[in-house]
Design a protein around this ligand. Structure first.
Ligand code: 13P
Length: 244
């Protein structure tokens, strides 16, 4: 399995950010990098310009959300086929910021993930427990419930384990805990899980990523803040093992 490093730019980036996207693309084309699939998931407004920059390079472009319908009277929404047309290869669905801030349920996340697959892209399905759920010993039960309800029926999704308490806090999960949760997720996925990528997200930085990549069952990372600058995004990519 080729490891996957995904930058989630969240609500950051304007046309001026084309320079940073270009620097990421150029960096990925340099020789000597470990095997990797690298993606930046951008705000909708940057998708078309980013796709122009990424074309012909190793960088792939993705989005951070979509509607589950192809088209219709859904003011403010963007559909999966529209994202495909904009050059997206990946779409994040069910990020905790959407679950918490937009009331997204796992059922809705599953419909979005299915729409992404139907449009010929890969959904990155996010699951993770809150601090309170972890403190109550319910981390695995929370992840299991979210995973089972969010996962599309068809194969082809990537799973992102993102503990909510680790997102944007500077407090990443410990490698042993990440390995434990990823192993648990892999078990829940059954036979299909053998070839599915499970990536970790939550305060990943160039400083801590080596030990995270070294943890068992980790097939890459979903990176927020540290993905906004080409230098730190590329440093994370370069921290991948030379042989996956
Ligand atoms: P940070 O890397 O900024 O903690 O964000 C993680 C995240 O939410 C990626 O989807």
């Amino acid at each position: 399995m080729t490891p996957l490093v995904v930058g989630n730019w969240k609500m950051h980036g304007t046309l001026a950010s084309r320079a940073e996207i270009g620097a990421i693309a150029r960096g990925l084309d340099k020789p000597g990098l470990p095997p990797v699939e690298a993606v930046v998931c951008l705000p909708f407004t940057l998708l078309f310009p980013a796709q122009k920059i990424a074309a012909g390079t190793k960088l792939k472009v993705g989005a951070q959300d979509c509607h589950f319908e192809k088209e219709g009277a859904f003011t403010g929404d963007v559909s999966a086929p529209m994202l495909k047309e904009a050059g997206c290869a990946y779409v994040i669905v069910g990020h905790s910021e959407r679950r918490a801030g937009h009331g997204e349920t796992s059922e809705l996340v599953r419909r979005k993930a299915e729409a992404v697959l139907a449009a010929g892209m890969t959904p990155i399905v996010c699951v993770g427990e809150t601090k309170a759920e972890r403190a109550a010993g319910k981390a695995k039960a929370t992840v299991e419930a979210a995973l089972k309800a969010s996962l599309p029926k068809a194969s082809g999704a990537v799973i992102a384990y993102e503990p909510v308490w680790a997102i944007g806090t500077g407090e990443n999960a410990k490698p042993a805990d990440i390995a434990g949760m990823h192993g648990f997720i892999r078990l829940l996925l059954g036979p299909a899980g053998k070839t599915m990528r499970i990536v970790y997200g939550g305060s990943v930085t160039p400083e801590n990523v080596k030990e995270i990549f070294a943890a068992a069952e980790v097939n890459g990372a979903l990176v927020g803040g540290a993905s906004l600058k080409a230098q730190s995004f590329l440093a994370i990519v370069k921290s991948l093992p030379k042989t996956p």
